[in-house]
Design a protein around this ligand. Structure first.
Ligand code: SF4
Length: 310
């Protein structure tokens, strides 16, 4: 039995957040004292939220080898940075390995991630798989390529995690990603499901974790900007952006503008489900309600008889 990580998120968040000299980044250097304080608060908040998610869902255990999937976007850079930070101060040992999948998209700047990762000193791999050609070949003209592309990417990364003995696969999805998926599934898939913070892959071989599950996208974007991560744009494949997701994203942003706190409330709802108040017969035994009613009635009669006899 492995020990769950027992981060104290407050203790971790309160640690000195000044960057080592060799990790100083230009936008940070330009901050005045107030800006620096704001940055420190932001970094502490992200650490605390990641620490809380790790504890709440038992994401990382003693001896885990966590493979962080690094796409070159703001989310995965932030994930890696915050996990590196927590790793330095966590009371249990776990290791990190960063993996980027080079999907051979035209114009992909191959040097960017290796150069960045060299500065971190962490173990890393660049995995080369030409999924781009496969996607182009298999997807009919005018159809969106993202579904097949994501499936191939997942397959490559999960398979590689096994090869290198990674016990966890960490992805950079955040709170808004989870809610967008919830609404996409409701609007277009007829199911009430989102993206879980922790899951076992369909073939049972990988445990996938999402340590940024509690983090706001806006915080991540600001953190990435201030850290000056060398972002690789995600439109190199030439695919149309996922319009349905974009619409849902804008809908959520609009709700939040009009009713501040709504996103937080909806996110709480995802972890506060009442199966008896929905209509899924697999989740709740509606057929058995009469039997339950009879049991409760018998119990009431027994209680009355006991009261009468005494
Ligand atoms: S945007 Fe391009 S790279 Fe990203 S999932 Fe879609 S097809 Fe793949």
């Amino acid at each position: 039995m492995q020990d769950a990580v027992s981060f104290d998120p407050r203790a971790v968040a309160d640690l000195d957040v000044s960057l080592p000299q060799d990790e100083a980044h230009a936008p940070l250097e330009q901050l005045d004292a107030k800006g620096r304080r704001e940055f420190n608060k932001l970094q502490k908040r992200l650490r605390r939220q990641v620490g809380n998610a790790i504890i709440d869902y038992g994401m990382i255990h003693e001896g885990d080898r966590v493979m962080v999937c690094l796409s070159g976007g703001k989310d995965s850079y932030t994930l890696l940075e915050i996990l590196r930070n927590l790793q330095r101060n966590a009371p249990v040992n776990f290791s990190l390995v960063a993996v980027n999948l080079d999907q051979k998209q035209p114009g992909f700047p191959e040097h960017v991630l290796p150069e960045y990762l060299e500065t971190t000193g962490i173990e890393y791999y660049i995995l080369e798989r030409d999924t781009y050609s496969v996607v182009k070949e298999k997807t009919p003209e005018g159809k969106t390529t993202c579904a097949l592309c994501s499936r191939l990417r997942r397959g490559s990364l999960y398979g590689f995690a096994e090869e290198i003995g990674a016990t966890k696969v960490a992805l950079g999805h955040h709170r808004e990603d989870i809610l967008e998926t919830l609404f996409l599934n409701m609007f277009y898939g007829g199911s009430l499901k989102a993206m879980p913070p922790k899951l076992l892959s369909d073939d049972g071989k990988n445990i996938v974790i999402r340590p940024l599950a509690y983090c706001r996208e806006a915080d991540i974007a600001e953190f990435a900007r201030l850290m000056a991560f060398p972002i690789i744009p995600c439109n190199l494949c030439g695919s149309q952006p996922n319009l349905q997701r974009q619409v849902v994203k804008e809908m959520l942003a609009e709700w939040e503008r009009k009713h501040p706190g709504r996103i937080e409330s909806m996110f709480k709802a995802v972890s506060n489900v009442a199966p008896s108040q929905l209509a899924d017969r697999e989740l709740f035994d509606f057929e058995g309600l009469e039997a339950k009613q009879a049991r409760l009635r018998d119990r009431r009669i027994d209680a009355l008889n006991v009261a009468h006899d005494s």
